[in-house]
Design a protein around this ligand. Structure first.
Ligand code: MG
Ligand code: FE
Length: 169
């Protein structure tokens, strides 16, 4: 059985690996977009935020005396889920990307809520505060996607009707 510290450490490593994957997915996504400048700009902004999240997690891990484990140590299930998310974008389906991103931001937000609660229970209030802060960034990204659903969907439908091929990017 893991003690509290080991469990929080493991969840921090998981979060770090999740952000590494997120960096990969976000940069791929934004580079493929051609006709949705607002979405591309938002993805770029969240990519920078994601890189900063990874760095802040690294500082927290250093403070706790542990090291990131890297993507290779992520559970197979999680890796498959992330590949599924990125695979949706490879099909050039911008709306499927928007759908997957919304889901993923909620996955991240809830991961940080759990981690914040765990760190608080363990007595590491600084890590708890960091996770609450990152959670808010994930919620804001999800909220942007939610708020722009109509704009993106309308644009997609009109582009598809007029140009067909390029609507998907
Ligand atoms: Mg994140
Ligand atoms: Fe995120």
């Amino acid at each position: 059985m893991a003690n509290m510290k080991e469990r929080v450490d493991q969840w921090l490593r998981d979060a770090h690996a999740m952000e590494q994957q997120a960096e990969h997915v976000l940069s791929g996504q934004s580079s493929r977009i051609e006709n949705y400048p607002e979405l591309a700009a938002k993805l770029d902004q969240h990519l920078k935020e994601t890189q900063s999240q990874r760095e802040r997690l690294e500082k927290a891990m250093e403070r706790r005396g542990i090291k990131p484990s890297g993507i290779k140590d992520m559970s197979a299930k999680f890796t498959a889920m992330m590949q599924n998310f990125s695979g949706m974008f490879a099909g050039d389906e911008v709306m499927k990307g928007v759908l997957a991103s919304y889901t993923f931001e909620h996955y991240e937000a809830q991961s940080y809520r759990i981690l914040a609660a765990a760190a608080k229970t363990e007595g590491d209030n600084e890590t708890a505060r960091l996770c609450e802060e990152i959670c808010k960034e994930e919620e804001a990204m999800a909220q942007w996607l939610r708020d722009n659903t109509e704009m993106l969907t309308n644009k997609y439908l009109h582009l598809e009707e007029s140009e067909h091929a390029s609507a998907k990017r």
